[in-house]
Every structure is written in structure tokens, then in C-alpha cells.
Ligand binder design. Structure first.
Ligand code: R2B
Ligand code: URA
Length: 309
């Protein structure tokens, strides 16, 4: 759902009436009177930085995100070195999320699961909207549990479904269930797959199932609670794979697809499979192997972004 002018959208009449807004989970305010409010101009840094970001961006920009703050910090540093672009300080003034800027690329972590991700996205979408950002692509770089794919395979999602196997993100608002379409950008997906193949990274594509938890929601047999049998598990995995073309489980995709779409931005999801769930449930990988796996989606996405800048 790209918008005509490519700008990042918000749809909130209440926001239009005010020039001040506190982005609580980044510890940053948009204010017409920042120096007074903060006693110095530091609080304005992010908006200034974003303005700079737009000046840098020659028409397009990227928000790269993933769960862990330290991983995103490492990715931002590496990207800055590789692309020879200066790295900002951590622009987030709260310990909930980190945010780094390298030219027209923001690196922000989102924590685990949809509730945490949605907080980050709402605040980043507002920031980008205030800054007048346009032609924004959001790319989630993460880890996942593979379904019929070998460990280490990078899965570029063709779609995202929720736990009811529907291509929607479900929100509960005013006591009502609201379903939002969870669609990813097909063009961006194809370009990312082509980049991965060019780099000889093992790449696959398929639907991603967004679970609301790591254990029962992903049919694990090793949680604290389990009311289903091993046979149920394998039957479900087989159904996901064969009938729904699902290739991995993670915990953010449907919200990520739906919310970025509402903002009029493109979105893609690139996650390495840490294991093949047909072979087990425990994520038990040597540290070095884990590091090599988690770098694969970064290598793919950073090559793609560098090529675009
Ligand atoms: C993948 O890994 C995390 C759980 O270990 C979760 O954030 C996800 O989507
Ligand atoms: N993340 C998940 O959500 N599931 C896995 O199995 C691995 C990573």
C-alpha cells in the first residue's frame, strides 16, 4: 500500500492538533520548545539527525530492525565501517530500544514479540512522519525456527500469517477484534532473494508464521506446559509446510507487515533458520556457528542496502 507521495503516514487526527509529542520508549520529544523543556538542546538531537538523514537519503531510506539491541548495535557499526559512513551515537535516550543512524539507514532493535515490536514501530513511524521521510523500506533482520529448511538457511518471507493461519495481524481495540492485512512487498522480497543468491548465501522463500510465544505457539515439546502429542506436532508442521507453504516460525512478522503497510512503507523480512523444526525443538548451537548464522541475514541486507545508496 505505497502512498502517492511516498511519505510515511500516520492516521491520527489527535496528533494534528499538537506540535509536541513524547516518544516515551526512545526518551525523545518532539517539541516546539525543546530547549526549555530539557534545559539543553540534546533532546532535539534525534529530530536534527533525522533531518540530516533525509538530506543524506537522496530519495530513499531504510529502517533495519531486529530483536536484540546488542546485535543491532553490532550491525550498525559494521555497516558504518563497510559503507564508510559515519555512525551516530545511540540516538535512543531510553534503555528499551537502541537506535543508530548511518547515513540514510536507521538501525533499531525491537525486542521479542509483537507487543514490543509494535511500540517501536509506532514511535519510529511517528518520528519518520515528523521528519517528512519518504520512500522508506523497513527490513527485519532476525532469527527463526525453520520448517523443512536446513539450519543456516536465510528465509526471505513471501508472506506472514498469524496463529490462526490467516494473513492478518489481529489487534483488540475497544473490546473488539480488528484484523489488519499483513502483506509484505513482493518486489523488495525478490530483490533480496536475488542479492542472497549472488552472495552464495543459502536462501529460501516461503510464508512465515508469526507465533505469540516461543513454545506452545510453535508446537514445541520442550516447554513448561504441553497438552499435545509429538504426533500432533509433526502433523501440524507437515500441514504448515505442505498446505500453507510455511518455511519458518518467528514472533513479529504479521504485526511488522501490517503496521509498516499502514504507514505506507515497503517491508521485507529476512530471517536465518537456527534449526529445522522437523529435527528438534531445542536451539543448541555452538557460539561460533550461531554468530556465523546471525551474520547471514545482515550480510545479505547490508549488501542490498549498500547497492541502493
Ligand atoms: C525470533 O527469535 C526470538 C525468540 O527467540 C523472537 O523475537 C523471534 O521472532
Ligand atoms: N525464533 C523463534 O521464534 N523460533 C525459533 O525456533 C527460533 C528463533
Amino acid at each position: 500500500m505505497a502512498c502517492e507521495n511516498g511519505l510515511v503516514h500516520t492516521y491520527n487526527p489527535h496528533l494534528v492538533e499538537t506540535t509536541t509529542d513524547h516518544l516515551y520508549h526512545f526518551g525523545i520529544s518532539r517539541s516546539s520548545d525543546l530547549p526549555k523543556e530539557f534545559g539543553d538542546v540534546k533532546g532535539d538531537l534525534l529530530i536534527e539527525s533525522l533531518q540530516e538523514l533525509l538530506d543524506d537519503s537522496s530519495g530513499c531510506m531504510f529502517v533495519c530492525t531486529g530483536g536484540s539491541a546488542s546485535r543491532l548495535e553490532m550491525f550498525a557499526k559494521l555497516f558504518a565501517e563497510e559503507a564508510k559512513i559515519p555512525l551516530s551515537e545511540n540516538l535512543s535516550k531510553s534503555d528499551r530500544f537502541c537506535m543508530y543512524k548511518t547515513g540514510p539507514v536507521l538501525w533499531v532493535n525491537h525486542g521479542m514479540g509483537t507487543p514490543s515490536l509494535s511500540i517501536m514501530l509506532v514511535e519510529v513511524i511517528k518520528l519518520l512522519h515528523y521528519a517528512g521521510a519518504s520512500q522508506v523500506s523497513f527490513i527485519r533482520i532476525g532469527t527463526s525456527g525453520g520448517i523443512g529448511v536446513a539450519p543456516g538457511t536465510v528465509v526471505v518471507s513471501s508472506g506472514a500469517i498469524n496463529g490462526m493461519l490467516q494473513e492478518t495481524h489481529v489487534q483488540y481495540i475497544m473490546g473488539q477484534r480488528v484484523d489488519r492485512p499483513a502483506k509484505l512487498d513482493a518486489g523488495l522480497k525478490d530483490e533480496l532473494i536475488a542479492t542472497g543468491k549472488g552472495l552464495q548465501i543459502p536462501v529460501d522463500t516461503g510464508v512465515t508464521l508469526c507465533a505469540d510465544d516461543f513454545y506452545e505457539g510453535q508446537m514445541r515439546l520442550d516447554g513448561a506446559f504441553c497438552d499435545y502429542t509429538s504426533e500432533d506436532k509433526f502433523k501440524f508442521l507437515r500441514k504448515l509446510h505442505d498446505e500453507h507453504n510455511v518455511r519458518n516460525f518467528e514472533m513479529e512478522s504479521s504485526c511488522f507487515a501490517a503496521m509498516t503497510r499502514r504507514a505506507g512503507a515497503k517491508a521485507a523480512i529476512v530471517c536465518v533458520a537456527l534449526l529445522n523444526r522437523f529435527d528438534g525443538d531445542q536451539v543448541k548451537i555452538e557460539k561460533e556457528q550461531y554468530h556465523e548464522f546471525e551474520m547471514r541475514p545482515f550480510r545479505l541486507v547490508s549488501a542490498f542496502v549498500k547497492n541502493k545508496l
